[in-house]
Design a protein around this ligand. Structure first.
Ligand SMILES: Nc1nc2c(c(=O)[nH]1)N[C@H]1C(S)=C(S)[C@@H](COP(=O)(O)O)O[C@H]1N2
Ligand SMILES: [Mo]
Length: 900
């Protein structure tokens, strides 16, 4: 058609709002955050979901733009925009909703295909345009015609965009003629959306709006209208957007047995609780939308705060000032209804909403019952389940522990295996069920057993989606991934399906008890809430800052001074480890240090921690899990020593708790204790939980930061230029005293630390265990019980994520403008691309503190001292206990000449 064309590539896409969550980039499919839906009755255009199957058409001359109406009619006609505008203009408030809305939730039950959508592939808009019934009168079809004289019964709308599904042809769809010619059905040829001309994404210059019917029939960028005897034979009418019973799957599907889907079913979605982190027990307001198809009103919305046992009715509304009455002429029949209810919620609960429409259709209770192959209009099937955790998300410190055990168990179960197959998805994993050819075998595994991390990194890099599936006869299937989309899915999007799982609880339970690292579900939520509350208190940061200053000034620097005087060789890693141990003991228990000097013996508590963690780690290293179980049962060998060490740690911590409690009782008025333990006690927790939490904190804070700093010092010794720049940055600081504010200015230092953790992450691997069958975003199927391991070490080394020079230590890659180190700003790096602090609900709570501590320590050392490693070979990264440097880092320390 003149005036408009459909491009064959994506070089001319319009600008879009950055808040949209992109489900597919080309073609562009995106939806807004849930909160955007309930924030207004009419959805903003820029936040309205966008659903495309090809590149967005381009109008080059609106004057010449026209469309044909032809087919089984007497007088075919060409219509221009001015002809359409001449007809009476109607404004119809109607939702547009994709049949794929909520497809993602659906796919959690069984595998479905298509672009994934959360709950926001829906919007409510005021559409302005001519009624199709009036337009069809122009070609001689009277109102309320079900069949033209020449046998036309359907109205087909054809667009101009080029769609893959139509083999490069245009998108098209049809509706029955009787609906098209019924003025009451309000089918529009719309040129306005919310009072503005349509924008390109939504069909400029002219689109069809079929109210009450799935969005797929509302064809955008109208190019022609055909009157047909049969419904449209296009892909989206015949091979898509149909519903099938659960017995049908992709192998036995017969598309012609079902009618194309038209009206959508009744449904409701809770939108207000998107940020579950901010929810606290007590009064909360639950709000969302409810809608039904075919112009049916919403009779009721029921909300349950006990998982469906009892129900409360929510209030419904549309336009302000007008009470909503379903199916009344004062309400917008094609629009959605917003609902709201304020409830008092207990600690943790499951909140569910369900809607009933004016035809008494009720949203079904269960996904499984009504699962359908394409998961179209899956809102049929889903009540809006939302699990509300009361806890802000984030794990304390690095998830060191998990990592160790995961790694060990993966490593050694691999090592002792007899049969191997390491499989990876085929490079071309476009569509259809992926097959997994065998690529690895016993031999290559054995050849690589000394460099397992790098070997994994290599096979992940070779895989098209940076994901491999490792399976071994009789053992748990393990999916190892370095794909940030997958990582986001496991750590956040479908968090509830990926708990740590029992395998870890078993191994670590004796040591960590019910500590936060070692539990899932309710127990975890409770502790997480408590911990994040404690961590977010501003005074804890102050306490940690003053402790840090004190420890550096009075312990670390004097020790380095004396070491510089003697030029003795010391293990910097051990020194930094002890420093970190002292810090964490002070901050979490409020007790004093042990000796920093590596040549002096460590404190008994430090030693007991070492023993307990080492033996726990070795458990998973045992060739057979049974070995340690048996040993434990009869209480011999390493298991005996573990028991003793755990006993010692526990007795010690319990002693501190008792002492604290006594002191707190003695002077009740002075409750302002600053350390974590005091806060836990004040929060009134069970003593065992307090003890286990404190032990978990210490474990986490113990030797993660020290490993990161050790690697940084080594990397700097290989890159003297960067060290020089760093020293400049530190000396350029306005104040000579380092404090919280000035630390934030040390951008190059922060970038260098990130860069060191990218290459040598303190947590090299971490795993979760799937509760139910699932599908990762890259198409890898997950079965219930599978282990899913994300791999920060490999991720830091993926060309796909960091470019060809990933192997280089180059802090400038963290800057927005790499050329200007000093004063430049750092890029925001997606946490799922760089998950060294984990990410999502269990993200490390101590992340900020870890950075403050590392910045402060490194800056304090660098400004006064030079660290000279005494060996020059490349150190070895051992990810077993913590990701430390094998054998430590032996250095001599010298005073820096230009130090202030
Ligand atoms: N020409 C054309 N029309 C189309 C589509 C398309 O890809 N091309 N997608 C359809 C689908 S599946 C939906 S859900 C709606 C989405 O409309 P929106 O992008 O304006 O929200 O448009 C429909 N009309
Ligand atoms: Mo759609």
């Amino acid at each position: 058609m003149p005036g408009i064309k459909g491009p064959s590539d994506y070089s001319q896409e319009p600008p879009r709002h950055p808040c949209l969550q992109i489900n597919s980039k080309e073609p562009f499919n995106a939806e807004p955050p849930r909160s955007a839906l309930v924030s207004s009755y009419v959805t903003r255009v820029d936040l309205f979901y966008k659903r495309n199957h090809g590149p967005i058409p381009v109008v080059d001359d609106i004057e010449r733009y026209c469309f044909d109406i032809s087919g089984l009619i007497q007088t075919p006609k060409k219509l221009y925009m001015r002809d359409v505008r001449m007809l009476p203009k109607y404004n119809v408030t109607a939702i547009l909703q994709c049949a794929g809305n909520r497809r993602t939730a659906m796919s959690k039950t069984r595998k479905v295909r298509g672009v994934g959508w959360d709950v926001s592939a829906i919007g409510n808009a005021v559409w302005g345009g001519a009624k199709l019934a009036d337009v069809l009168e122009l070609v001689g079809i009277p109102k309320l015609t079900s069949r033209t004289q020449s046998g036309g019964k359907h109205v087909e709308f054809v667009s101009i965009d080029k769609c893959k599904e139509e083999n490069g042809g245009p998108y098209k769809a049809s509706i029955p003629l009787i609906q098209a010619t019924n003025p009451e059905a309000d089918v529009l040829l719309a040129y306005e959306m919310n009072g503005e001309p349509l924008n390109r994404d939504h069909g400029y210059p002219l689109r069809v709006i079929v109210p009450g019917v799935i969005g797929a029939r509302s064809v955008k960028w109208l190019d022609s209208i055909n009157i047909l005897a049969e419904e449209c034979q296009g892909f989206f009418m015949q091979k898509d957007y149909k519903m099938f019973p659960p017995s049908v799957d992709w192998d036995n599907i017969n598309w012609s047995t079902r009618r194309p889907q038209m009206d959508f079913p009744v449904q409701s979605v809770i939108c207000s609780l998107e940020d579950v982190q901010s929810i606290k027990p007590g009064k909360i307001t639950i709000s969302g939308y409810a809608a039904s198809g075919g112009g049916r009103g919403i009779e009721r919305v029921d909300v349950s705060i006990d998982g469906g046992k009892t129900w409360l009715e929510a209030s419904r509304s549309q336009k302000t000032g007008i009470p909503y009455i379903s199916d009344h002429e004062s309400s917008d029949k094609w629009a959605w209804v917003l609902f709201e209810i304020t409830v008092d919620i207990p600690h943790s609960t499951e909140i569910v909403a369900k809607a009933v429409d004016s035809a008494a259709n009720v949203q079904p209770e269960n996904v499984q019952d009504i699962w359908n192959l394409r998961a179209d209009a899956n809102f049929f099937m889903l009540q809006n389940h939302q699990f509300i955790f009361m806890l802000p998300h984030m794990e304390i410190f690095f998830s060191v522990l998990t990592f160790k055990f995961v790694f060990l168990s993966v490593f050694f179960s691999l090592l002792h295996a007899v049969f191997w197959k390491v499989c990876k998805p085929p490079k071309s994993s476009a569509h259809g069920p992926a097959t997994y050819p065998i690529i690895g075998c016993l031999i290559s595994f054995h050849k690589n057993r000394h460099r397992l991390l790098d070997w994994y990194t290599e096979i992940l890099a070779e895989s098209a989606t940076n994901t491999v599936v490792v399976s071994r006869l009789g053992a748990r299937r393990t999916i190892v991934t370095a794909n940030s989309k997958n990582v986001e899915y496991v750590l956040k999007t479908n968090f509830n399906n990926f708990p740590k799982g029992k395998p870890f609880r078993d191994i670590l339970g004796d040591f960590l008890g019910y500590g936060i690292f070692n539990v899932d579900g309710e127990l975890w939520r409770m502790q997480r809430k408590l911990a994040s509350h404690v961590f977010s208190a501003g005074c804890l940061r102050e306490f940690m800052m003053s402790t840090l200053k004190d420890e550096v000034r009075n312990q670390l620097l004097p020790l380095l001074d004396s070491l510089a005087d003697t030029s003795k060789v010391v293990d910097l890693q051990e020194l930094l480890k002890r420093f970190a141990f002292n810090m964490i003991c002070k901050v979490s228990l409020g007790v004093d240090r042990c000796c920093l000097d590596p040549s002096q013996p460590a404190s008994p508590l430090n030693k007991a921690f070492d023993t307990a963690s080492e033996i726990s780690a070795k458990r998973s290293a045992a060739p057979l899990f049974l070995v340690w179980k048996v040993k434990k049962w009869i209480g011999v060998g390493s298991e005996k020593r573990l028991k003793d060490a755990v006993e010692e740690v526990r007795t010690y911590v319990e002693g501190i708790i008792h002492h604290k409690k006594r002191k707190m009782n003695e002077n009740r008025e002075k409750l302002g204790e600053e350390d974590l333990l005091s806060r836990l006690i004040m929060a009134g927790n069970n003593e065992e939980v307090i003890r286990d939490m404190a032990i978990s904190f210490i474990m986490a804070g113990r030797d993660t930061t020290s490993a990161a700093m050790t690697w940084l010092f080594w990397l700097l010794s290989c890159h003297p230029f960067i060290e020089e720049e760093l020293v400049k940055e530190i000396n350029n600081m306005e104040k000579s005293m380092l404090d919280y504010e000035s630390l934030k200015g040390l951008q190059l230092l922060k970038a260098s630390l990130c860069e060191s953790m990218r290459l040598y992450p303190p947590v090299a691997w971490d795993s979760k265990h799937a509760m139910a069958d699932d599908l990762l975003p890259d198409g890898t199927p997950v079965r219930a019980g599978d282990r899913v391991t994300y791999f920060p070490y490999g991720m830091g080394r993926m060309e796909a994520l960091w470019g060809k020079d990933w192997y280089e230590f180059r802090p400038s890659r963290w800057f927005i403008e790499p050329a200007s180190y000093h004063g430049g700003s750092l890029k925001k790096i997606c946490p799922y691309k760089f998950p060294v602090f984990q990410a999502g609900p269990r993200v490390c709570l101590g992340k900020e503190m870890a950075f403050i501590q590392m910045n402060y320590v490194v800056a304090s050392i660098l400004r006064q001292f030079e660290i000279k490693p005494v060996v020059s070979e490349k150190p070895v990264f051992v990810p077993l206990l913590t990701a430390h440097m094998a054998g430590g880092l032996k250095v001599v320390i010298q005073k820096r000449n230009d130090s202030r």
